[in-house]
Design a protein around this ligand. Structure first.
Ligand code: KG4
Ligand code: ZN
Length: 346
């Protein structure tokens, strides 16, 4: 029986989170301390404040995760931590804290890439997911189409050339005066809107490419708003939100379907904050059902940043003996295949 016990720590942006996972299957605890309210008055995350908040919250969050799980440091198999990509100061708090805890407890340290953690969130509820699988990762900082041939084996098929999907949601939400964080508020506003009210552009890029682009769409929405303001017209916020959301969903779904068809992969997994979006889930469910492709996505609490996904990925790295040494540093610009290459050298 696999009775590994992994503590997962996440501090890459504005969530201080920790979780304890047993045997890669049983989540014993899952604690998230969100700084959303602290940053909301500034309309976005203030990095220095985020780092300071992580310093204050990390200890209590880890203690609560261990207490809820009914375990102590001595029971752990390893401490897994996100070391990139993200805000350097925020990452440093998690990495330094995890190193100190692992060193003091005499446990191995496991370094997890935040992007792979978002994909691994799917294994929390579907531990027996089979490979190969295609992952659509849509977060505030990244938009990637990734092919997994096995655990920890990634090939990035496509990525955004400009804005990330979540970033576009946040910027359009801000322009519409919806507040922060933009994604969920925009989705809410779009509920009463007509998705066909505005014909916003869907950049397709050159044939054969699985890359994405959202900056043209974002500019088109902002231009429509500015034009209307200059003319003194009143645009219906719900219609703009619904039409924008529909365009994002179209862009993401078209490339994902094209990649599924070209690769013949029979399983699609969704990950990252934007994976919580119901319109995106509905569309991908319809597309995959029509093709007999299995479709999984994490529960909303595991779509946004959390420690459980770090523990889940850490579990597989632990089984693969993929350990970090005490020189581990935060890597704010970490990319996915870099991690794999780096790890083979460790
Ligand atoms: O994965 P995440 O928590 O952090 C990053 O790693 O970036 O993703 C946060 C992003 C934000 O841009 C947020 O607006 C977006 O995910 N988001 C959503 C929804 N919930 C969160 N976007 C669209 N619809 C949602 N329901
Ligand atoms: Zn994230």
């Amino acid at each position: 029986m696999d009775d590994t016990l992994i503590l997962g720590i996440e501090t890459s942006c504005d969530e201080t989170a920790a979780a304890v996972l047993r045997g890669g299957r049983r989540l014993l605890s899952h604690v998230v301390s969100s700084q959303t309210e602290t940053h909301a008055v500034f309309g976005g995350v203030v990095p220095e404040i985020a780092s300071r908040e992580h310093c204050l919250r990390l200890g209590p969050v880890v203690r609560e995760a261990l207490t809820q799980a009914g375990v102590g440091f001595g029971d752990l198999s390893a401490v897994a931590v996100t070391y990139g990509p993200g805000l350097v100061g925020s990452l440093l708090v998690g990495v330094s804290g995890a190193k100190a805890m692992a060193f003091a407890a005499g446990k191995p340290l496991v370094a997890v890439n935040h992007l792979e953690a978002h994909i691994y969130a799917n294994f929390l509820e579907h531990p027996d997911l089979e490979f190969p699988l295609l992952a659509l990762l849509v977060s505030g900082g990244h938009t990637h189409l990734i092919l997994l041939s096995g655990h920890l084996r990634y090939r990035v098929l496509g990525r955004t050339r400009d804005d990330a999907a979540g970033e576009a949601f946040d910027k359009v939400a801000r322009a519409l005066g919806l507040g922060y964080p933009g994604g969920p508020l925009l989705e809410q506003a779009a509920r009463d809107g007509d998705p066909a009210a505005f014909a916003f552009p869907r950049a397709a890029l050159e044939p054969g490419s699985w890359d994405f682009s959202f900056s043209g769409l974002k500019s088109a929405v902002l231009n429509s708003l500015n034009r209307a303001r200059l003319k003194g017209e009143d645009l219906k916020v719900a219609d703009v939100a619904a039409s924008f959301q529909q365009a994002v969903v179209d862009i993401l779904a078209r490339k994902t379907v094209a990649a599924l068809e070209a690769t013949g992969v029979r399983t699609l997994a969704l990950g990252g904050g934007v994976a919580a979006n119901q319109a995106l889930r509905r569309r991908l469910r319809a597309e995959t059902e029509a093709r007999g492709v299995a479709f999984v996505y994490p529960a909303p609490v595991y779509c946004t940043d959390n420690g459980a996904m770090v523990a889940m990925c850490g579990h597989w790295r632990y089984l693969a003996s993929s350990f970090a040494d005490w020189r581990l540093n935060a890597v704010p610009g970490l990319i996915l295949h870099d991690f794999y290459k780096e790890n083979r050298k460790m």
